[in-house]
Design a protein. Structure first.
Length: 207
């Protein structure tokens, strides 16, 4: 994204993303006094915005200041590796799959799990194999169509989700503790509005 890299869209089990680089490929460093968007604070995206304003002063870099920061925040959160999940021997994508089964409260097909976790079918198949080997999920064939499988949590899988979730929420709360509750609520509302628009309009934009 115009010099502000973020994680992949699949939610896969890839290695942590590299430090963001500009589009020329040279590693960026923050320069003193780099401010963007009137925030009064320096961050890595501010340096990118300043550089692009120098190269192309006629361009509106406003979208970059939002999308670049969203991507950078996502990359940093991904690099943090979600400590409670790591202690439980789970990746974030694996936990998301288990959590989808727990919160929906019923069996799901691999295709349904892919939609619930915003993942590809191939990625879900790989994770299901690993989780089945750990006896956290089990699969059964469809009575009418042998090509269809239904996935459900085992008792061990349900217990693991219920044990890890409070710890994970506490961890995520600590990550966000620099923002007070009113600002967290405001940020959640703004991100929710953006997400709703993207989910409804991104396909049209790509077309």
């Amino acid at each position: 994204m115009t010099g502000t890299n973020g994680p992949g869209t699949d939610g896969g089990d890839a290695a942590a993303p590299e430090e963001p680089r500009d589009t020329a490929g040279s590693h960026r460093t923050d320069a003193p006094g780099d401010l963007a968007g009137g925030t009064g604070r320096r961050d890595t995206v501010a340096a990118v915005v300043r550089q692009w304003r120098t190269v192309h002063p006629e361009l509106d870099t406003g979208p970059m200041e939002i999308i670049g920061r969203v991507n950078r925040c996502a990359a940093l959160l991904q690099q943090a590796e979600d400590a409670p999940l790591r202690r439980a021997g789970l990746s974030r994508p694996e936990f998301d799959l288990l959590a989808a089964l727990r919160r929906t409260g019923h069996e799901l097909t691999p295709s349904e799990l892919a939609r619930e976790t915003f993942s590809s079918g191939a990625a879900v198949t790989k994770r299901l194999k690993q989780l089945t080997e750990r006896a956290l999920v089990e699969r059964r064939g469809d009575d009418r169509d042998r090509r269809v499988a239904h996935v459900r949590l085992t008792e061990a899988g349900r217990d693991l989700v219920d044990a890890v979730l409070p710890e994970q929420l506490a961890y995520e709360g600590a990550v966000l503790s620099g923002l007070d509750e009113p600002r967290q609520g405001e940020l959640a509302a703004l991100l929710g509005e953006l997400l709703g628009q993207l989910e409804g309009r991104l396909g049209a934009l790509r077309g």
